[in-house]
Design a protein around this ligand. Structure first.
Ligand SMILES: Nc1nc2c(ncn2[C@@H]2O[C@H](COP(=O)(O)OP(=O)(O)OP(=O)(O)O)[C@@H](O)[C@H]2O)c(=O)[nH]1
Ligand SMILES: [K+]
Ligand SMILES: [Mg+2]
Length: 354
């Protein structure tokens, strides 16, 4: 039996098992087995799985990257060409784009790489079409635009999310707050700081036993599900910011537009007409979580024309120096930093430990 067939079998078994006290151990075990099989699909050693490959891996530039994921002909390439000025073939037939097409966008002083990708189909994560290579590229981006055609059923949104989930990508989700520490002996020590309403002891035991963990401290600091626990044990999940780009609003009525505006993290646009690009770019900027740093020569005004742009989780004075030139740190003495994160304006940033 192939891995995909084994996955199918477990999913069928799960669908016919009702969740109750008596079955929770069994269901926990099935979920853990499923997660392990899915990991097999993602590891390069298994047939056809793993990383991107020819035509899919492209040179990375810019401080951040945005990957476009969606079903065929939703307008990904049209959007890419309009945003970056780089031509990516767009046409009325499906699978016009067959490889990764990179482009660069300049926004608020930041150089952002945009990756137009081939359309995916349902079952992509299991190896249908080029889906796996496509999603592997998306996994390495800083942000994903899930592009949807608003004249198609909105259930497409869930289908795409499922494909990404199956590839270990978690959309707009924080990592579950579960502390896990494996030990050599002492058995399982399970504690929780909040009531666990989705998870019982049997399920936890089923999962840990499936992963051959007999001794560990597990501390739940959130109302976790069994999937959250498995995510922590698997450890290779990517917690990805996602913006839902609802394209082709020129093809629907104002009443329909009112409805789709309620979807969280979504921006309705028309790629063809360049409608609402401002809102899209603002959402993109917020989701990328970047900071702009302006240099100020001693006794002069800051140069507001060309910021150094860094990621918010890596924007210390040291990161700043490294972004300019690797050698700067050697001569560096101190910097004065103004802004919202400092204790007082300006704050003196000392030299780095060497
Ligand atoms: N009405 C309307 N049509 C659009 C819009 N954006 C794109 N299209 C049309 O949708 C069709 C597909 O556009 P593409 O940009 O090739 O779509 P894609 O998602 O890149 O397609 P694949 O590469 O095949 O997956 C083309 O005929 C476009 O002209 C839009 O805003 N409104
Ligand atoms: K197309
Ligand atoms: Mg395309």
């Amino acid at each position: 039996m192939t891995t995909v067939e084994k996955i199918k079998e477990i999913e069928t078994e799960m669908a016919r098992t009702q969740k109750n006290k008596a079955t929770s151990y069994h269901l926990g075990q099935l979920k853990a087995k499923l997660a392990k099989l899915k990991r097999e699909l993602l590891t390069p050693s298994s047939s056809g799985g793993g990383g991107a490959g020819v035509g899919f891996d492209v040179a990375r530039t810019g401080v951040a990257s945005v990957g476009f994921i969606g079903f065929p002909s939703v307008g990904k390439s049209t959007l890419m060409s309009k945003l970056t000025g780089t031509h990516s073939e767009a046409a009325a037939y499906e699978f016009t784009t067959l490889t990764t097409v990179p482009g660069v966008m300049q926004y608020r002083g930041a150089k952002i790489q945009v990756l137009d990708l081939p359309g995916i189909i349902q079952g992509a994560k299991d190896g249908k079409g080029r889906g796996r290579q496509v999603i592997a590229v998306a996994r390495s981006c800083s942000l994903i635009f899930i592009v949807l055609d608003v004249s198609k059923p909105l259930t497409d949104k869930k289908l795409i999310e499922n494909e990404l989930e199956g590839f270990g990508i978690r959309c707009n989700k924080e990592p579950p707050n579960i502390l896990f520490k494996k030990k050599d002996k002492g058995g399982l020590n399970i504690t929780n700081t909040v009531p666990l309403t989705h998870l019982d002891y049997d399920e936890i035991r089923a999962v840990t036993s499936e992963y051959r963990i007999s001794s560990a401290d597990i501390s739940f600091r959130c109302d976790a599900t069994v999937d959250d626990l498995i995510d922590v044990l698997e450890g290779n999940r990517v917690y990805m910011p996602v913006v839902y780009v609802l394209n082709k609003i020129d093809a629907i009525s104002v009443e329909e537009l009112d409805l789709i505006y309620r979807i969280p993290n979504a921006v309705p646009i028309s790629s063809n007409h360049e409608w609402n690009f401002d809102e899209l770019l603002e959402k993109m900027w917020d989701a990328l979580n970047l900071v702009r740093i302006y240099t100020k020569p001693h006794g002069k005004l800051p140069d507001y024309s060309a910021p150094v742009v860094l990621k918010r989780d890596a924007c210390t004075v040291e990161d700043f120096c490294d972004a300019i030139h690797k050698q700067i740190k050697a001569q560096f003495r101190h910097a004065y930093v103004w802004g919202s994160s400092v204790r007082h304006n300006p704050q003196r940033g000392e030299s780095f430990p060497r």
